[in-house]
Every structure is written in structure tokens, then in C-alpha cells.
Design a protein around this ligand. Structure first.
Ligand code: 5AD
Length: 349
């Protein structure tokens, strides 16, 4: 197969691999592409989950608003500043702030001010532009996105979850739409954010054809960053006993998705996501071997960490990062923002 010019049929074939020899060939090709386009460095972002209060009721998600069993919490600006300082101390030059979706004016201003403070307080000789800040706060108006961008965030993560509109409709209540999600991604791009998206893998009714379309969507929308993970049914949601793919198969399918996405998109950043680790302690290492190049160690304070309960098996403690990754030929890129080559090359055009 000519990996440099993949057709949709090729993508479907790669995503359907069962033969271990073909699997290893995909892994090698993905790694080669990664090294050529991005290098062997693994970019680090400290992840803080600011709050699990959410206005949405996504059928798969453990922090959906109807889950009365979820203990709700909010971190303060001081908490966020502490995590920012922890990132600086650990040599993570970037941070990700994630939270449930809230549209109230108080939250929007809170986040705006927190972003300004984090930028200000982390700017130093060592970090002349402060910490790189990624936010992941759901769907908002363009005006809100602009305010947070002006306040200092320069990357935004908003998963599309699936690009099959019928499947999207099954996963979400009627007030959410695939169209609005795509529009939000375009608004973010217009403002100047580096844009990240991604999908869940192993959803009930999801086909390999859907997954191939997901990759083609990432390409068509000129996405800079990808985060994909296996779907893990949560007991306190309407999808608790859905006929999702068995977890091991979802893990395997996710690795094939990561490898294939690396081959098709080439120079984007791809995260080794936490959901992989919920299935297998080595899950994130496997993702790195299939062409992922971003790790987001969990730095949410341990007093509330267990309450950001998107899916079962999510770590309830902060991640300790070793000096060296477990995979050979790779290193952590300490003290680097680690923007995607794809985004950096666009700026130079
Ligand atoms: N299994 C796997 N991933 C999930 N997410 C939410 N619920 C689940 C689940 N049950 C993911 C979604 C969301 C991200 C924050 O977490 O993709 O975008």
C-alpha cells in the first residue's frame, strides 16, 4: 500500500487490520511519518479539570447534568494558579483547562480572568510567553471564544464525537446538533485558535466506514490537534448497557485509528488519551507507538479528581510523570509549548 496517498478504501482497509504483520507495518509507517514530520519528542500539557458542572446531557457522559449521583465541584482561580505553577515547576510548558459546559456570564468572566492571571503569573525569563494554554470548555458563541482567546488561550479542544450525523443525534439530546458542533470548530479557527477535535471509538452502531469519514473530516476541516479514545460505558448514563464494542476491541480500534490518522494528517499533534489507560495500564504507551505525540498528565487536585468521572476507570490520582517515557526512541519535550507543526507551518504560509 502507498501510505503517502491514501484513498478512502485504503483507510477502511487500515482500520480493519486483524493480521499482526500488517498491524506492525502500520505502526512502523505511522512512527516514521511522526519522526519525519514532528520528531520523536512527546509534548506535555498539565491537565486540570476546573469543574464538572455541565449544562449538557450527553447520553454517554458521566458528568451529564441528569446524573444526580455526580458530586459537583468547582475549582477556584487560586486552584488553577497552583496547577499552573505546578506545570512550570515540572517543566510542562503548556496546560489544558477542561470543564463541563456553562454559558452563564459569571463562568465566562471567571475563566477570562483566570486565563489572564495564569498568563501574567507564568511569564518569566524561562517562559517569555508564559504557559501555552489550551482550553476545552464546550460549545460557546464566537464572542465568548474571542474573549478567552484575547485573555491568553491559544488552543481549543472540542471533540465532534462522531461525524456520522445520525449517530451524533443518537448520542445527544435534540438541543445539540452536529451542525452546531462543526460551526463551533470553524468559529474557533476563524478567531485564530489552534483547533483540536476527535471522536470516541467503539460506539454502538459505529462502523469502520464512519471512522474513515472521521479521519477525512479532520483533514477537510484542517484540524491541528486530535484526541481520540475508546468509548467506555458509564453505569449512571442512558448508554450504560449499550451494545458498544468490547473494551479490548475498542482499544485495538483506537490504536489503528491513531496510526491511520498519523498517516493521513501527517504533521498534526495526536494525544495519547487517558481513556486508553482506563482499559490497559500501557494504553497510552501503545498510542505513542502508533504515532501519538502528546501526553496530558492529570494535575487536577486529588480532593476532587475522582469526581470528574466521565467514564469508569478514569484515574483518581494525579499522574506522575517519569523522567523518561516507557517507549524506546522517544523523549519528553520539557520546557516546550509543543504546538503542532501543522499549525506552525500554516502561520508561515
Ligand atoms: N467514554 C469515553 N469517553 C468519554 N467522554 C465522555 N464520556 C465518555 C465515555 N463514556 C469523552 C468525550 C468528551 C471528552 C471530554 O470525554 O469524547 O468529548
Amino acid at each position: 500500500m502507498d501510505y503517502s496517498n491514501l484513498t478512502k478504501a485504503d483507510i477502511v482497509e487500515l482500520l480493519s487490520i486483524k493480521d499482526p504483520i500488517k498491524r506492525t507495518a502500520l505502526q512502523k509507517a505511522a512512527e516514521e511519518t511522526l519522526f519525519e514530520k514532528c520528531g520523536p519528542g512527546i509534548y506535555l500539557r498539565g491537565l486540570v479539570e476546573q469543574s464538572n458542572i455541565c449544562r449538557c446531557d450527553c447520553h454517554y457522559c458521566g458528568i451529564r447534568k441528569s446524573n444526580k449521583k455526580s458530586q459537583r465541584y468547582e475549582l477556584t482561580e487560586g486552584d488553577l494558579l497552583n496547577v499552573a505553577q505546578q506545570c512550570v515547576d515540572l517543566g510542562f510548558a503548556s496546560m489544558v483547562i477542561q470543564a463541563g459546559e456553562r454559558h452563564d456570564a459569571k463562568f465566562i468572566s471567571f475563566m477570562e480572568q483566570a486565563l489572564q492571571r495564569i498568563k501574567k503569573e507564568t511569564t518569566s525569563k524561562q517562559l517569555p510567553k508564559g504557559l501555552g494554554i489550551t482550553i476545552s470548555l464546550g460549545e460557546h458563541t464566537k464572542e465568548t471564544y474571542q474573549r478567552w482567546f484575547n485573555a491568553g488561550a491559544h488552543r481549543y479542544l472540542l471533540r465532534v464525537e462522531t461525524t456520522n450525523p445520525d449517530l451524533f443525534a443518537k448520542l445527544h439530546p435534540p438541543e445539540q446538533s452536529f451542525k452546531a458542533r462543526v460551526q463551533a470548530l470553524r468559529d474557533l479557527r476563524d478567531i485564530g485558535y489552534q483547533v483540536g477535535t476527535g471522536v470516541m471509538i467503539g460506539l454502538p452502531g459505529q462502523t469502520v466506514d464512519d471512522l474513515a469519514n472521521d479521519i477525512l473530516f479532520f483533514k477537510k476541516e484542517d484540524i491541528d490537534m486530535i484526541g481520540m479514545g475508546p468509548f467506555i460505558p458509564h453505569a449512571d448514563t442512558p448508554m450504560s448497557d449499550s451494545d458498544a464494542l468490547p473494551l479490548q476491541e475498542s482499544l485495538e480500534q483506537t490504536l489503528l485509528m491513531i496510526g491511520t490518522t498519523r498517516l493521513v494528517l501527517q504533521d498534526v499533534n495526536i494525544a495519547a488519551t487517558t481513556a486508553l489507560e482506563a482499559i490497559d495500564p500501557k494504553g497510552r504507551d501503545y498510542a505513542l507507538q502508533f504515532g501519538a505525540n502528546v501526553m496530558m498528565p492529570l494535575l487536577t487536585p486529588e480532593s476532587v479528581c475522582g469526581d470528574y468521572n466521565l467514564y469508569p476507570g478514569k484515574p483518581k490520582v494525579q499522574n506522575k510523570i517519569l523522567v523518561k517515557p516507557n517507549v524506546t526512541g522517544r523523549h519528553y519535550a520539557f520546557d516546550e509549548w509543543g504546538d503542532s507543526q501543522h499549525a506552525l507551518l500554516k502561520v508561515m504560509e
